[in-house]
Design a protein around this ligand. Structure first.
Ligand code: PAF
Length: 286
């Protein structure tokens, strides 16, 4: 199949019907564009799992708060198309806000409870409802056999897996590992906002996560001590403004206190200049 760039709902319905007739399995990689190697690793994983790979590029207004970066969010569809073609995707699909949310649009999908209320959910009201709503719509439009998301957005991926299970959506969910710069910074479209000194300071997130993981490995179990270990990675740099540093239960992402219990995830969010960055490390049971 030749790589195609398609736009709009009728086009995706048409290609999906063609692929069904051809008996092809379909993987969806949902993105908001401004693609980087992290996204391309999701495409490679999708390529390995399905006959055809569709990548949606849609900057979903529903998941941005009023004071967030919807307007500045980087957009470059031509570059995205070149990268996707080289990475072996079959279709780049875009859709307009007017088609996704026409006047009178009134339906939202909400995952309730601690999974969505804590961490980024507490700092970005409405964000995860925007994500679950758009992903449900993308699943209904594309009807993929499987979908691939990145572990960098651990809370998003966990909420989406929960939603798929709760709603019996016939989509196999794959969560693929975080891709990092050589110095450990997790790839993110928002890294583009970082000025050179901020880019250097942003390495504190992964350095802090690794330091806490190493202390866990050598037997430290005090949650406050381990949170302090993460925070210490930015000592001396006023450029890193931590939003949260938590050790959370792996299954439901609720914060731990007292003595750390495995499996867990160490999850962080920080503002560095104009970028809000998140990262995490999962620590399995020994
Ligand atoms: O992770 C993202 O890029 C977005 O949250 C997603 C899953 C594409 C939904 O808009």
């Amino acid at each position: 199949m030749r790589f195609q760039v398609l736009e709009g709902i009728p086009a995706i319905r048409r290609i999906r019907a063609e692929l069904r007739r051809a008996g092809a399995t379909v993987a969806l990689v949902p993105t908001m564009g401004a693609l980087h190697d992290g996204h391309l690793s999701l495409v490679h994983r999708a390529r390995a799992e399905a006959d055809r790979v569709l990548v949606s590029v849609y900057v979903n207004p529903l998941q941005f708060g009023p004071d967030e970066d919807l307007e500045q969010y980087p957009r470059d569809l031509d570059r995205d198309a070149d990268l996707l073609e080289t990475a072996g995707a079959d279709v780049l699909w875009t859709v307009s806000d007017a088609e996704m949310y026409p006047t009178g649009y009134a339906t939202h999908v909400t995952v309730h409870g601690s999974l969505a209320d804590g961490l980024c959910g507490a700092r970005r009201p409405g964000h995860f409802q925007g994500v679950t709503t758009v992903v449900t719509k993308l699943f209904n439009l594309v009807q993929p056999d499987l979908a691939v998301f990145g572990q960098k957005d651990l809370q998003q991926a966990t909420i989406l897996c929960h939603m798929v299970e709760d709603l019996n959506l016939p989509v196999r969910m794959i969560v693929a590992p975080t891709v990092r710069e050589p110095d450990g910074l997790a790839l993110s479209s928002r890294n583009a906002y970082l000025q050179p000194p901020e880019r250097e300071a942003a390495t504190a997130l992964y350095r802090g996560l690794c330091a806490a993981r190493d202390r866990l490995a050598s037997g430290e179990r005090d949650v406050e001590e381990l949170r302090g270990t993460v925070r210490a990675a930015s000592a001396g740099s006023p450029l890193v403004d931590w939003e949260y540093i938590e050790l959370v239960h792996r299954a439901d992402l609720t914060p731990q206190s007292g003595r750390a219990r495995l499996p867990l995830a160490i999850v962080v969010a920080a503002r560095v200049g104009n970028a809000r960055l998140i990262d995490n490390i999962v620590v399995p049971e020994p």
